[in-house]
Design a protein around this ligand. Structure first.
Ligand code: AMP
Length: 663
């Protein structure tokens, strides 16, 4: 077999394994074997660029960066759906379309209404050519490179398919992928995503397709457009399953109104257990001929309607509102009410979000409020019973002072949230900050979990992050649940944490918006906390990708004398507030600027960055004439590759890079 044939055969195999795994839940080979074949293909593609294929399985890992998504007109507009909450209206709809088409209609397709972002895919000669978002229905954005990273979307079709056709589907984020994404963000101190639907549609517009590849998106298909090889919608979808598209098994062809109602009732009960969110069901006339007769109104097809499930709703008495203080000082009002049962769980509180929300609702303690739990996981108060109100004097007024430390709350212009700004005296904020400081990605003080931090704070052993380094075994042994051995371990792990490098210390002290990567950049650029404290606005803007939000936050932090005092104490305790220049392996990378692209085997991206900085090198995020080398991993971004070729910048492997350090 020559190289071209080998490449083709690898691509075919990988497409097949991929489809079996993501659409049929079948593992035809082990993950390891899959990865090895993919790697072999990647290497061959690198070696023989003349056999490039834009739909190769290697594009799924992403790499292309889109600065601006181009928009295109849809060949067929993407309409909304008429919707209803009542079965009577479904019955009326059937009468209406029977009257309009002059015939009995007794063939329908019932489907779930998957809750995500709609997408229109265009295929030609069995290959995915273009993916457009719905946009305004007439024009959508070209998100092809992002769509190609979604593993259950076929890039090359199987079987006998039409020469050209369009297929529509919903890109969704399964609930467990959504949860693990948020768990990761929480760990990194990033704001959490609100719900799977918004996250799915936001993901399609990410500039870096590699990031999209990591999100765990899926696509469920629900309609084929402009294809006449079948008389029935459901048959077309069944066929498309054979070409490699994922059509959920829940789709059902039914013959009568009663069967439609059964479908509605069945999924009303079952939807809570689904691994993804739906916001109702869709009923479609199944005959394509009748669909064409019925046609569209200006906004919606006449031949389809969606039935939306009412969010489960209960009425209960509002008992009180408590205000919670977050680690950053943000205040969240929480309503407590008499316990109710919603979708199988007992609920007794719900967030009221912010003062605007409270004002809008005009709630009083003692009101009977309606609490809903829809597709969303978190219950919310949606209104109150106007005939059953609490006392007028008990109108809820948003607090003016922090419930924890009593300082006056502030509202930042343009933000909905109130903040307690007294970050060094407000207990909840201090505890939150200590918990962040000791966490794994920060100072990594293993034996000091969140509960222990609270215990030590409440018993007066520590009052701030600096006190951690004063803890002695004697301070601990009398505390509840603290045996001598665990006291010893705790003191030991505190001692160990002093070895954390400057970048980690900078991340740990909890400057708002200074996450792990920003801390690493700042540390490597300024080399010491002193330089950072004294940095001018211009100095800070000269650090790549550090914007005004971060600069303001750094300024605020260092303008606070209590923060400076804590830094001084931590420094006295022996923490690293500067880069140990002697520890630098060398200055071999002095004056050399690198760009990283692709995924790596031996080193993580963070490690590569660290090594570059530690050896005197620099980084930039885009390839330009100042770039000296690109450290390229697997599936290096095609645009970076192109630029590198144009500018004749060498692309080196991680091994080459390590060799550079050894010289
Ligand atoms: P709406 O946005 O509420 O007007 O509903 C129309 C949208 O529902 C479409 O653009 C699709 O994105 C989405 N949808 C989800 N599941 C289906 C389905 N089974 N059939 C048709 N549309 C669906």
């Amino acid at each position: 077999m020559n190289q071209e044939e080998r490449i083709k055969s690898l691509r075919n195999k990988l497409h097949t394994y991929n489809n079996a795994y993501y659409n049929k839940d079948e593992s035809l080979i082990s993950d390891l074997e899959f990865d090895m074949l993919l790697k072999e293909l990647e290497e061959l593609e690198k070696k023989y660029p003349q056999f490039y294929d834009e739909n190769s399985p290697t594009v799924r890992v992403g790499g292309e960066v889109t600065k601006k998504f181009e928009s295109f007109n849809h060949n067929y507009p993407m309409y909304s759906l008429a919707n209803t909450y009542s079965k009577d209206e479904i019955e009326e709809w059937i009468h209406r379309i029977e009257k309009k088409s002059g015939q009995n209609i007794n063939d329908f397709s019932c489907e779930l209404k998957y809750d995500g972002a709609s997408i229109n895919l265009y295929y030609e000669k069995g290959r995915l050519k273009r993916a457009l978002t719905r946009g305004d229905g007439v024009k959508g954005d070209d998100v092809t490179s992002n769509i190609k990273t979604i593993k259950n979307i076929p890039l090359i079709l199987k079987g006998t398919y039409p020469e050209k056709f369009e297929i529509r589907g919903e890109v969704i984020l399964p609930i467990n992928s959504f949860n693990s994404l948020n768990d990761k963000r929480k760990e990194q101190g990033l704001p959490l995503f609100k719900n799977p639907r918004n996250t799915a549609s936001g993901s399609l517009k990410l500039q870096d397709s590699k990031e999209v590849a990591l999100r765990g998106l899926k696509c469920f298909f629900y309609s084929i457009i402009g294809e006449k090889s079948s008389l029935y919608h459901s048959e077309l979808l069944e066929k498309s399953r054979l070409w490699g598209f994922f059509i959920p098994e829940s789709m059902k062809r039914v013959k009568s109104k009663d069967e439609i109602f059964n479908f509605i009732d069945f999924w009303e009960k079952k939807r809570v257990g689904l691994p993804y969110e739906i916001d109702g069901i869709v009923i479609k006339v199944n005959s394509i001929r009748v669909q064409n007769e019925l046609d569209f109104t200006a906004k919606v097809p006449r031949w389809a309607i969606s039935y939306k499930y009412r969010a489960e709703r209960q009425k209960t008495k509002l008992l009180s509102v408590k205000y919670q203080v977050g680690r950053t000082g943000a205040i969240t009002p929480v309503a407590n009410f008499e316990p109710i049962n919603l979708s199988g769980t007992v609920v007794k509180r719900a967030s009221l979000h912010n003062s605007d929300q409270i004002e809008k609702l005009g709630l009083r303690i003692g009101d009977y409020v309606f609490v809903e739990k829809g597709g969303e996981i978190i219950p919310k108060i949606v209104g109150f019973d106007k005939l059953n109100r609490g006392n007028f004097h008990d109108l809820i007024k948003f607090i003016e002072y922090c419930p924890d430390c009593g300082s006056k709350l502030e509202k930042i212009k343009g933000e909905a949230q109130h903040y307690c700004k007294d970050e060094n005296n407000c207990k909840t904020q201090i505890i939150g900050k200590i918990q962040h400081f000791v966490s794994r990605k920060a100072m990594n003080i293993e034996s000091l979990g969140s509960e222990r931090v609270i215990l030590l704070f409440q018993s007066g052993v520590i009052n701030n992050i600096a006190d951690i380094y004063k803890i002695k075994i004697d301070d601990l042994v009398n505390l509840e649940g603290m045996a001598e051995k665990s006291a010893f371990n705790l003191v030991e792990s505190i001692k160990q944490s002093k070895k954390q490098p400057f970048s980690k210390v900078l991340f740990s002290i909890g400057i708002r918006h200074v996450g792990e990567t920003v801390a690493l950049k700042l540390a490597n650029h300024f080399r010491s906390i002193e330089n950072l404290i004294n940095a001018s606005y211009e100095d800070l803007t000269s650090v790549q990708e550090i914007g005004n939000k971060i600069i303001n936050s750094i300024g605020n932090y260092f303008n606070n004398s209590q923060n400076l005092a804590i830094i001084e104490k931590l420094s006295e305790a022996g923490l690293n507030f500067k880069i140990d220049e002697n520890k630098n392996k060398s200055n071999v990378l002095n004056g050399i600027t690198f760009v990283i692209s692709g995924t790596f085997e031996l080193l993580s991206r963070e490690k590569i960055k660290q090594l570059v900085f530690e050896n005197g090198g620099e980084f930039s995020s885009s390839v330009n004439s100042k770039t000296n080398y690109i450290i390229g991993g697997q599936s290096i971004g095609p645009s970076k590759k192109q630029k590198a070729e144009n500018l004749k910048i060498p692309i080196i492997s991680e091994k080459d890079f390590l060799e550079m350090l050894d010289t």
